[in-house]
Design a binder for this molecule. Sequence first.
Ligand code: ADP
Ligand code: ASP
Ligand code: MG
Length: 477
Amino acid sequence: MVDKTTTPAKAKKPLIVMKFGGTSVGTPERMQKVAEILAEHAQEAEVAVVVSAMGGVTDMLIRAANEASQGDNERWKNVRRELARRHREVADQLLSAAEQAAVLPRLAEQVGNFENLCSGFSLVREVTPRAMDTLSSLGEVMSANLLAAILRSRGTPAEAVDATELIVTDDAFGNATPLFEETNAKTRQRLAGLRRRGVMPVITGFRGATREGICTTLGRGGSDYSGTIMGAALDADEVWIWTDVDGVMTTDPRLVPEAHIIPEVSYREAIELSYFGAKVMHPKTIQPMMKKKIPVWIKNSFNPTCPGTKIVPAATNGQAGVKAITSVSKASLVTISGGDRLTFTQLAGRLFSSLSLGSVPTLMVTQSSAENVLCFAVHDGDLKRAKARLEKAFELEMLHDHLACIEVLPHVAIVVAVGENMKGTPGISGRAFSALGRRGINIIAIAQGSSELSISFAVRAADMKEAVKAIHEEFKL
Ligand code: ADP
Ligand code: ASP
Ligand code: MG
Protein backbone atom coordinates (compact mmCIF):
# COMPACT_ATOMS: atom_id res chain seq x y z
CA MET A 1 0.00 0.00 0.00
CA VAL A 2 1.28 3.45 -0.86
CA ASP A 3 1.82 5.68 2.12
CA LYS A 4 0.11 8.86 0.93
CA THR A 5 1.74 10.98 3.61
CA THR A 6 5.21 10.33 2.26
CA THR A 7 4.50 10.46 -1.49
CA PRO A 8 5.74 13.88 -2.59
CA ALA A 9 3.05 15.88 -4.37
CA LYS A 10 4.07 16.68 -7.95
CA ALA A 11 5.37 20.24 -7.69
CA LYS A 12 3.65 22.67 -10.01
CA LYS A 13 6.12 24.14 -12.47
CA PRO A 14 6.56 27.91 -12.25
CA LEU A 15 5.20 29.86 -15.21
CA ILE A 16 7.70 32.14 -16.92
CA VAL A 17 6.97 34.49 -19.82
CA MET A 18 10.12 34.85 -21.93
CA LYS A 19 10.38 37.71 -24.40
CA PHE A 20 13.07 37.67 -27.09
CA GLY A 21 14.03 40.94 -28.81
CA GLY A 22 14.98 41.51 -32.44
CA THR A 23 18.70 40.93 -31.97
CA SER A 24 18.02 37.64 -30.18
CA VAL A 25 16.20 36.33 -33.26
CA GLY A 26 18.09 38.27 -35.94
CA THR A 27 19.72 35.36 -37.83
CA PRO A 28 19.25 31.58 -38.22
CA GLU A 29 22.07 31.05 -35.65
CA ARG A 30 20.35 33.34 -33.15
CA MET A 31 16.99 31.64 -33.67
CA GLN A 32 18.63 28.30 -33.08
CA LYS A 33 20.17 29.58 -29.85
CA VAL A 34 16.75 30.82 -28.69
CA ALA A 35 15.23 27.40 -29.38
CA GLU A 36 18.01 25.82 -27.28
CA ILE A 37 17.41 28.25 -24.40
CA LEU A 38 13.69 27.50 -24.52
CA ALA A 39 14.10 23.74 -24.69
CA GLU A 40 16.39 23.88 -21.68
CA HIS A 41 14.08 26.01 -19.52
CA ALA A 42 10.98 24.08 -20.56
CA GLN A 43 12.24 21.25 -18.38
CA GLU A 44 11.82 23.12 -15.10
CA ALA A 45 9.24 25.72 -16.02
CA GLU A 46 6.13 26.23 -18.06
CA VAL A 47 7.22 28.82 -20.62
CA ALA A 48 5.14 31.22 -22.72
CA VAL A 49 7.17 33.01 -25.38
CA VAL A 50 6.76 36.53 -26.76
CA VAL A 51 8.86 37.31 -29.80
CA SER A 52 9.87 40.46 -31.70
CA ALA A 53 10.42 40.72 -35.42
CA MET A 54 13.88 39.70 -36.63
CA GLY A 55 16.30 42.59 -36.00
CA GLY A 56 15.92 45.42 -38.51
CA VAL A 57 12.69 44.07 -40.02
CA THR A 58 10.33 46.58 -38.38
CA ASP A 59 12.49 49.52 -39.55
CA MET A 60 12.52 48.05 -43.03
CA LEU A 61 8.72 47.63 -43.11
CA ILE A 62 8.07 51.19 -41.94
CA ARG A 63 10.53 52.61 -44.45
CA ALA A 64 8.92 50.62 -47.25
CA ALA A 65 5.45 51.88 -46.32
CA ASN A 66 6.60 55.49 -46.36
CA GLU A 67 8.39 55.08 -49.65
CA ALA A 68 5.38 53.35 -51.20
CA SER A 69 3.16 56.24 -50.09
CA GLN A 70 5.46 58.59 -52.00
CA GLY A 71 4.85 56.58 -55.13
CA ASP A 72 8.26 54.89 -55.15
CA ASN A 73 7.52 51.34 -56.28
CA GLU A 74 11.10 50.28 -56.74
CA ARG A 75 12.14 50.37 -53.10
CA TRP A 76 9.29 48.49 -51.47
CA LYS A 77 9.72 45.76 -54.04
CA ASN A 78 13.34 45.43 -52.93
CA VAL A 79 12.14 45.22 -49.32
CA ARG A 80 9.66 42.53 -50.33
CA ARG A 81 12.54 40.44 -51.69
CA GLU A 82 14.65 41.04 -48.59
CA LEU A 83 11.74 40.19 -46.27
CA ALA A 84 11.14 36.92 -48.08
CA ARG A 85 14.85 36.11 -48.23
CA ARG A 86 15.62 36.63 -44.53
CA HIS A 87 12.76 34.48 -43.30
CA ARG A 88 13.24 31.88 -45.99
CA GLU A 89 16.87 31.52 -44.95
CA VAL A 90 15.82 30.61 -41.41
CA ALA A 91 13.26 28.12 -42.69
CA ASP A 92 15.82 26.52 -45.02
CA GLN A 93 18.41 26.10 -42.32
CA LEU A 94 16.37 25.14 -39.28
CA LEU A 95 13.11 23.47 -40.25
CA SER A 96 12.35 19.83 -40.95
CA ALA A 97 10.79 19.14 -44.36
CA ALA A 98 7.37 18.69 -42.79
CA GLU A 99 7.64 21.98 -40.91
CA GLN A 100 8.81 23.76 -44.04
CA ALA A 101 5.75 22.53 -45.85
CA ALA A 102 3.55 23.86 -43.05
CA VAL A 103 5.24 27.20 -42.49
CA LEU A 104 6.42 28.41 -45.91
CA PRO A 105 2.85 29.08 -47.09
CA ARG A 106 2.24 31.17 -43.93
CA LEU A 107 5.35 33.22 -44.58
CA ALA A 108 4.31 33.67 -48.21
CA GLU A 109 0.91 34.85 -47.02
CA GLN A 110 2.56 37.61 -44.93
CA VAL A 111 4.77 38.64 -47.84
CA GLY A 112 1.58 38.78 -49.93
CA ASN A 113 -0.04 41.02 -47.30
CA PHE A 114 3.02 43.27 -47.41
CA GLU A 115 2.74 43.50 -51.18
CA ASN A 116 -0.97 44.26 -51.19
CA LEU A 117 -0.62 46.94 -48.53
CA CYS A 118 2.34 48.64 -50.21
CA SER A 119 0.70 48.67 -53.64
CA GLY A 120 -2.34 50.22 -51.97
CA PHE A 121 -0.21 52.91 -50.28
CA SER A 122 1.49 53.65 -53.55
CA LEU A 123 -1.83 53.91 -55.38
CA VAL A 124 -3.47 56.31 -52.93
CA ARG A 125 -0.18 58.05 -52.04
CA GLU A 126 -0.99 57.73 -48.37
CA VAL A 127 -0.41 55.44 -45.43
CA THR A 128 -2.87 55.77 -42.57
CA PRO A 129 -1.75 55.02 -38.99
CA ARG A 130 -4.18 52.12 -38.97
CA ALA A 131 -2.75 50.51 -42.09
CA MET A 132 0.78 51.22 -40.86
CA ASP A 133 0.14 49.14 -37.72
CA THR A 134 -0.96 46.13 -39.73
CA LEU A 135 2.08 46.45 -41.96
CA SER A 136 4.75 47.32 -39.38
CA SER A 137 3.90 44.33 -37.18
CA LEU A 138 4.02 41.73 -39.97
CA GLY A 139 7.57 40.91 -38.91
CA GLU A 140 6.32 39.60 -35.57
CA VAL A 141 3.84 37.27 -37.29
CA MET A 142 6.66 35.87 -39.41
CA SER A 143 9.14 35.42 -36.56
CA ALA A 144 6.55 33.81 -34.26
CA ASN A 145 5.58 31.30 -36.95
CA LEU A 146 9.21 30.49 -37.62
CA LEU A 147 10.21 30.13 -33.97
CA ALA A 148 7.25 27.87 -33.17
CA ALA A 149 8.15 25.69 -36.16
CA ILE A 150 11.82 25.53 -35.12
CA LEU A 151 10.77 24.39 -31.66
CA ARG A 152 8.51 21.70 -33.11
CA SER A 153 11.27 20.57 -35.48
CA ARG A 154 13.43 20.04 -32.40
CA GLY A 155 10.72 18.12 -30.57
CA THR A 156 9.30 20.86 -28.31
CA PRO A 157 5.54 21.16 -28.83
CA ALA A 158 4.84 24.81 -29.71
CA GLU A 159 2.28 26.92 -31.54
CA ALA A 160 2.42 30.46 -32.91
CA VAL A 161 -0.30 32.71 -31.51
CA ASP A 162 -1.16 36.10 -32.98
CA ALA A 163 -1.47 38.66 -30.17
CA THR A 164 -4.39 40.23 -32.04
CA GLU A 165 -6.30 37.30 -30.51
CA LEU A 166 -5.06 38.14 -26.99
CA ILE A 167 -4.31 41.81 -26.41
CA VAL A 168 -7.33 44.12 -26.65
CA THR A 169 -6.42 47.80 -27.01
CA ASP A 170 -7.96 51.19 -27.67
CA ASP A 171 -7.68 52.55 -31.20
CA ALA A 172 -4.69 54.85 -30.68
CA PHE A 173 -2.87 53.36 -33.68
CA GLY A 174 0.90 53.42 -33.35
CA ASN A 175 0.79 53.72 -29.57
CA ALA A 176 -2.22 51.78 -28.38
CA THR A 177 -3.15 51.23 -24.72
CA PRO A 178 -4.27 47.78 -23.62
CA LEU A 179 -7.66 47.26 -22.02
CA PHE A 180 -6.41 45.02 -19.28
CA GLU A 181 -9.57 43.27 -18.09
CA GLU A 182 -10.54 42.19 -21.57
CA THR A 183 -6.96 41.30 -22.42
CA ASN A 184 -6.57 39.15 -19.33
CA ALA A 185 -9.80 37.26 -19.93
CA LYS A 186 -9.11 36.73 -23.63
CA THR A 187 -5.52 35.64 -23.07
CA ARG A 188 -6.39 33.11 -20.39
CA GLN A 189 -9.19 31.68 -22.47
CA ARG A 190 -7.22 31.48 -25.73
CA LEU A 191 -4.15 29.93 -24.14
CA ALA A 192 -5.89 27.53 -21.74
CA GLY A 193 -6.08 24.67 -24.23
CA LEU A 194 -2.43 24.96 -25.25
CA ARG A 195 -1.32 25.09 -21.63
CA ARG A 196 -3.38 22.05 -20.74
CA ARG A 197 -1.78 20.11 -23.59
CA GLY A 198 1.72 21.27 -22.67
CA VAL A 199 2.14 23.23 -25.91
CA MET A 200 4.40 26.29 -25.67
CA PRO A 201 2.65 29.39 -27.03
CA VAL A 202 4.90 31.60 -29.20
CA ILE A 203 3.13 34.95 -29.17
CA THR A 204 3.74 37.87 -31.52
CA GLY A 205 5.14 40.89 -29.67
CA PHE A 206 4.34 44.52 -30.49
CA ARG A 207 0.79 44.03 -31.78
CA GLY A 208 -2.73 43.85 -30.39
CA ALA A 209 -6.18 44.58 -31.76
CA THR A 210 -9.16 46.79 -31.00
CA ARG A 211 -12.43 45.25 -29.81
CA GLU A 212 -13.44 45.19 -33.47
CA GLY A 213 -10.35 43.15 -34.31
CA ILE A 214 -8.38 45.89 -36.11
CA CYS A 215 -4.63 45.43 -35.64
CA THR A 216 -2.86 48.02 -33.44
CA THR A 217 0.72 48.37 -32.16
CA LEU A 218 2.02 49.26 -28.71
CA GLY A 219 4.71 51.75 -29.85
CA ARG A 220 8.26 51.13 -31.07
CA GLY A 221 10.08 48.65 -28.87
CA GLY A 222 6.68 47.53 -27.58
CA SER A 223 7.40 43.78 -27.43
CA ASP A 224 8.81 44.23 -23.92
CA TYR A 225 5.41 45.61 -22.95
CA SER A 226 3.70 42.66 -24.71
CA GLY A 227 5.83 40.39 -22.52
CA THR A 228 4.68 41.91 -19.25
CA ILE A 229 1.07 42.26 -20.44
CA MET A 230 1.15 38.48 -21.01
CA GLY A 231 2.90 37.98 -17.66
CA ALA A 232 0.14 39.82 -15.82
CA ALA A 233 -2.66 38.14 -17.79
CA LEU A 234 -1.30 34.67 -17.06
CA ASP A 235 -0.32 35.45 -13.46
CA ALA A 236 3.22 34.39 -14.32
CA ASP A 237 5.79 33.83 -11.60
CA GLU A 238 8.38 35.83 -13.53
CA VAL A 239 8.91 37.64 -16.83
CA TRP A 240 12.31 37.30 -18.51
CA ILE A 241 13.29 39.82 -21.16
CA TRP A 242 16.09 38.37 -23.30
CA THR A 243 18.16 40.95 -25.14
CA ASP A 244 21.72 41.58 -26.36
CA VAL A 245 23.29 42.98 -23.16
CA ASP A 246 23.91 41.35 -19.78
CA GLY A 247 21.18 43.35 -18.03
CA VAL A 248 20.34 46.89 -17.04
CA MET A 249 23.64 48.74 -17.09
CA THR A 250 24.91 51.84 -15.33
CA THR A 251 24.50 53.64 -18.65
CA ASP A 252 24.09 52.85 -22.35
CA PRO A 253 27.17 50.74 -23.16
CA ARG A 254 27.23 52.25 -26.64
CA LEU A 255 27.94 55.66 -25.07
CA VAL A 256 30.25 54.58 -22.25
CA PRO A 257 32.07 51.26 -22.76
CA GLU A 258 32.93 51.15 -19.02
CA ALA A 259 29.21 50.78 -18.19
CA HIS A 260 28.55 47.67 -16.15
CA ILE A 261 25.61 45.58 -15.15
CA ILE A 262 23.43 46.40 -12.09
CA PRO A 263 22.29 43.17 -10.38
CA GLU A 264 19.05 44.61 -9.02
CA VAL A 265 16.92 47.67 -9.70
CA SER A 266 13.54 48.68 -8.32
CA TYR A 267 10.39 49.08 -10.39
CA ARG A 268 10.60 52.85 -9.89
CA GLU A 269 14.19 53.02 -11.04
CA ALA A 270 13.44 50.88 -14.10
CA ILE A 271 10.47 53.06 -15.02
CA GLU A 272 12.54 56.22 -14.64
CA LEU A 273 15.41 54.80 -16.72
CA SER A 274 13.21 53.61 -19.54
CA TYR A 275 11.16 56.83 -19.61
CA PHE A 276 14.39 58.77 -20.05
CA GLY A 277 15.67 56.74 -22.94
CA ALA A 278 17.27 53.50 -21.66
CA LYS A 279 16.30 51.47 -24.71
CA VAL A 280 16.77 48.17 -22.90
CA MET A 281 13.10 48.38 -21.89
CA HIS A 282 9.99 49.97 -23.34
CA PRO A 283 8.83 52.75 -20.93
CA LYS A 284 5.56 50.96 -20.10
CA THR A 285 7.12 47.55 -19.45
CA ILE A 286 6.89 47.61 -15.66
CA GLN A 287 3.35 48.98 -15.44
CA PRO A 288 1.48 45.64 -15.80
CA MET A 289 3.71 44.10 -13.10
CA MET A 290 2.96 46.59 -10.36
CA LYS A 291 -0.28 45.16 -8.98
CA LYS A 292 0.89 41.57 -8.74
CA LYS A 293 4.50 42.51 -7.95
CA ILE A 294 5.87 40.05 -10.52
CA PRO A 295 9.67 40.23 -10.85
CA VAL A 296 11.18 40.97 -14.28
CA TRP A 297 14.62 39.74 -15.33
CA ILE A 298 16.72 41.29 -18.09
CA LYS A 299 18.98 38.61 -19.56
CA ASN A 300 21.42 38.24 -22.42
CA SER A 301 20.57 35.61 -25.03
CA PHE A 302 24.20 35.88 -26.24
CA ASN A 303 25.42 35.05 -22.72
CA PRO A 304 22.61 33.02 -21.13
CA THR A 305 24.57 31.86 -18.07
CA CYS A 306 24.95 35.44 -16.82
CA PRO A 307 22.21 35.96 -14.22
CA GLY A 308 21.23 39.41 -15.55
CA THR A 309 19.33 42.14 -13.72
CA LYS A 310 16.37 41.48 -11.48
CA ILE A 311 13.75 44.21 -11.42
CA VAL A 312 11.89 44.02 -8.14
CA PRO A 313 9.05 46.01 -6.52
CA ALA A 314 11.48 47.68 -4.09
CA ALA A 315 15.27 47.52 -4.18
CA THR A 316 16.73 45.47 -1.36
CA ASN A 317 20.32 46.68 -1.55
CA GLY A 318 20.82 50.00 0.14
CA GLN A 319 23.44 51.37 -2.23
CA ALA A 320 23.32 55.13 -1.75
CA GLY A 321 23.40 57.76 -4.44
CA VAL A 322 23.28 57.57 -8.20
CA LYS A 323 22.69 54.11 -9.64
CA ALA A 324 22.51 54.74 -13.38
CA ILE A 325 22.68 57.50 -15.99
CA THR A 326 20.45 57.71 -18.99
CA SER A 327 19.90 60.24 -21.74
CA VAL A 328 17.51 61.42 -24.41
CA SER A 329 19.42 62.69 -27.39
CA LYS A 330 16.88 64.35 -29.64
CA ALA A 331 15.07 66.94 -27.57
CA SER A 332 14.15 70.62 -27.66
CA LEU A 333 13.51 73.16 -24.91
CA VAL A 334 10.41 75.31 -25.22
CA THR A 335 10.20 78.54 -23.22
CA ILE A 336 6.98 80.47 -22.78
CA SER A 337 6.63 83.75 -20.88
CA GLY A 338 3.25 84.80 -19.51
CA GLY A 339 3.74 88.60 -19.49
CA ASP A 340 1.76 90.50 -16.84
CA ARG A 341 -1.76 89.58 -17.94
CA LEU A 342 -1.51 85.96 -16.93
CA THR A 343 -0.59 84.72 -13.48
CA PHE A 344 1.96 81.94 -13.32
CA THR A 345 -0.66 79.35 -12.39
CA GLN A 346 -2.93 80.45 -15.22
CA LEU A 347 -0.02 80.15 -17.61
CA ALA A 348 0.94 76.72 -16.29
CA GLY A 349 -2.68 75.52 -16.25
CA ARG A 350 -3.33 76.54 -19.84
CA LEU A 351 0.03 75.26 -21.01
CA PHE A 352 -0.28 71.78 -19.53
CA SER A 353 -3.91 71.26 -20.44
CA SER A 354 -3.07 72.11 -24.04
CA LEU A 355 -0.15 69.67 -24.02
CA SER A 356 -2.34 67.03 -22.45
CA LEU A 357 -5.01 67.52 -25.15
CA GLY A 358 -2.32 66.81 -27.72
CA SER A 359 -0.96 63.87 -25.65
CA VAL A 360 2.48 65.49 -25.62
CA PRO A 361 4.72 64.05 -22.89
CA THR A 362 7.26 66.40 -21.30
CA LEU A 363 10.77 65.32 -20.38
CA MET A 364 11.50 68.04 -17.83
CA VAL A 365 9.88 71.23 -16.60
CA THR A 366 11.40 74.25 -14.88
CA GLN A 367 9.68 77.39 -13.68
CA SER A 368 10.70 80.87 -12.85
CA SER A 369 7.54 82.25 -11.33
CA ALA A 370 8.75 85.77 -10.56
CA GLU A 371 9.29 86.34 -14.26
CA ASN A 372 6.32 84.22 -15.20
CA VAL A 373 8.46 82.01 -17.37
CA LEU A 374 8.01 78.30 -17.91
CA CYS A 375 10.40 76.08 -19.74
CA PHE A 376 9.90 72.44 -20.71
CA ALA A 377 11.66 69.82 -22.79
CA VAL A 378 10.02 67.53 -25.33
CA HIS A 379 11.22 64.83 -27.70
CA ASP A 380 11.90 66.31 -31.13
CA GLY A 381 9.26 64.00 -32.54
CA ASP A 382 6.64 65.74 -30.36
CA LEU A 383 7.82 69.31 -30.94
CA LYS A 384 5.62 70.18 -33.91
CA ARG A 385 2.52 68.96 -32.09
CA ALA A 386 3.51 70.78 -28.88
CA LYS A 387 4.05 74.08 -30.72
CA ALA A 388 0.81 73.80 -32.63
CA ARG A 389 -1.10 73.14 -29.39
CA LEU A 390 0.48 76.11 -27.61
CA GLU A 391 -0.06 78.50 -30.48
CA LYS A 392 -3.71 77.52 -30.50
CA ALA A 393 -4.11 77.77 -26.73
CA PHE A 394 -2.46 81.21 -26.51
CA GLU A 395 -3.63 82.56 -29.88
CA LEU A 396 -5.43 85.58 -28.48
CA GLU A 397 -2.70 86.56 -26.01
CA MET A 398 -0.11 86.37 -28.75
CA LEU A 399 -2.24 88.44 -31.09
CA HIS A 400 -2.49 91.22 -28.50
CA ASP A 401 1.14 91.00 -27.46
CA HIS A 402 0.12 89.89 -23.99
CA LEU A 403 2.41 86.93 -24.26
CA ALA A 404 6.00 86.94 -25.39
CA CYS A 405 6.42 84.56 -28.27
CA ILE A 406 7.06 80.89 -27.68
CA GLU A 407 10.77 80.21 -28.07
CA VAL A 408 12.28 76.89 -29.07
CA LEU A 409 15.85 75.88 -28.39
CA PRO A 410 16.63 72.88 -30.63
CA HIS A 411 19.48 70.32 -30.45
CA VAL A 412 19.21 69.68 -26.74
CA ALA A 413 19.86 66.45 -24.83
CA ILE A 414 18.49 65.52 -21.42
CA VAL A 415 20.90 63.62 -19.20
CA VAL A 416 19.31 61.97 -16.18
CA ALA A 417 20.90 60.52 -13.04
CA VAL A 418 18.65 57.88 -11.46
CA GLY A 419 18.70 56.16 -8.07
CA GLU A 420 16.10 55.51 -5.34
CA ASN A 421 18.63 56.12 -2.63
CA MET A 422 19.68 59.54 -3.90
CA LYS A 423 17.03 60.73 -1.47
CA GLY A 424 18.77 61.92 1.62
CA THR A 425 22.24 61.79 0.05
CA PRO A 426 23.36 65.41 0.09
CA GLY A 427 25.51 67.00 -2.56
CA ILE A 428 24.56 64.87 -5.55
CA SER A 429 23.54 67.73 -7.82
CA GLY A 430 26.59 69.70 -6.68
CA ARG A 431 28.93 66.90 -7.65
CA ALA A 432 27.22 66.46 -11.01
CA PHE A 433 27.44 70.23 -11.60
CA SER A 434 31.16 70.29 -10.86
CA ALA A 435 31.82 67.22 -13.00
CA LEU A 436 30.12 68.88 -15.95
CA GLY A 437 31.77 72.24 -15.20
CA ARG A 438 35.25 70.70 -15.17
CA ARG A 439 34.67 69.49 -18.71
CA GLY A 440 33.35 72.86 -19.83
CA ILE A 441 29.83 71.53 -20.38
CA ASN A 442 27.20 74.22 -20.02
CA ILE A 443 24.00 73.17 -18.20
CA ILE A 444 21.05 74.84 -19.89
CA ALA A 445 18.41 73.73 -17.36
CA ILE A 446 18.13 71.42 -14.38
CA ALA A 447 15.16 69.70 -12.75
CA GLN A 448 14.88 67.49 -9.70
CA GLY A 449 11.63 65.94 -8.57
CA SER A 450 10.70 66.05 -4.90
CA SER A 451 10.80 62.24 -4.93
CA GLU A 452 14.55 62.59 -5.52
CA LEU A 453 14.46 59.54 -7.75
CA SER A 454 16.16 61.41 -10.57
CA ILE A 455 17.93 64.64 -11.47
CA SER A 456 17.73 65.86 -15.07
CA PHE A 457 20.16 68.15 -16.83
CA ALA A 458 19.51 69.75 -20.20
CA VAL A 459 22.75 70.19 -22.18
CA ARG A 460 23.59 70.85 -25.81
CA ALA A 461 23.08 67.69 -27.87
CA ALA A 462 26.71 67.85 -28.96
CA ASP A 463 27.77 67.62 -25.28
CA MET A 464 25.59 64.64 -24.42
CA LYS A 465 28.11 61.84 -24.66
CA GLU A 466 30.70 63.78 -22.70
CA ALA A 467 28.11 64.73 -20.06
CA VAL A 468 27.02 61.11 -19.56
CA LYS A 469 30.67 60.07 -19.26
CA ALA A 470 31.45 62.86 -16.79
CA ILE A 471 28.60 61.97 -14.43
CA HIS A 472 29.25 58.23 -14.81
CA GLU A 473 32.86 58.82 -13.82
CA GLU A 474 32.06 61.23 -10.98
CA PHE A 475 29.84 58.69 -9.24
CA LYS A 476 32.27 55.84 -9.98
CA LEU A 477 29.55 53.72 -11.50
P1 ADP B 1 15.92 44.13 -28.13
O1 ADP B 1 16.08 43.95 -29.60
O2 ADP B 1 16.33 42.94 -27.35
O3 ADP B 1 14.57 44.65 -27.73
P2 ADP B 1 17.02 46.80 -27.77
O4 ADP B 1 18.01 47.23 -28.79
O5 ADP B 1 15.64 47.34 -27.89
O6 ADP B 1 17.02 45.21 -27.72
O7 ADP B 1 17.57 47.16 -26.31
C1 ADP B 1 18.83 46.73 -25.90
C2 ADP B 1 19.84 47.86 -26.05
O8 ADP B 1 19.54 48.91 -25.12
C3 ADP B 1 21.26 47.48 -25.69
O9 ADP B 1 21.94 46.91 -26.77
C4 ADP B 1 21.88 48.81 -25.24
O10 ADP B 1 22.67 49.37 -26.26
C5 ADP B 1 20.69 49.73 -25.02
N1 ADP B 1 20.71 50.39 -23.70
C6 ADP B 1 20.51 51.71 -23.48
N2 ADP B 1 20.62 52.01 -22.19
C7 ADP B 1 20.90 50.86 -21.53
C8 ADP B 1 21.12 50.52 -20.17
N3 ADP B 1 21.08 51.44 -19.19
N4 ADP B 1 21.36 49.23 -19.87
C9 ADP B 1 21.40 48.30 -20.83
N5 ADP B 1 21.21 48.56 -22.14
C10 ADP B 1 20.96 49.82 -22.50
N1 ASP C 1 9.66 44.99 -33.60
C1 ASP C 1 9.16 46.14 -32.88
C2 ASP C 1 10.10 47.33 -33.04
O1 ASP C 1 11.15 47.19 -33.62
C3 ASP C 1 8.87 45.85 -31.45
C4 ASP C 1 10.06 45.44 -30.62
O2 ASP C 1 11.09 45.02 -31.16
O3 ASP C 1 9.96 45.53 -29.40
O4 ASP C 1 9.78 48.40 -32.58
MG1 MG D 1 13.71 46.57 -27.59
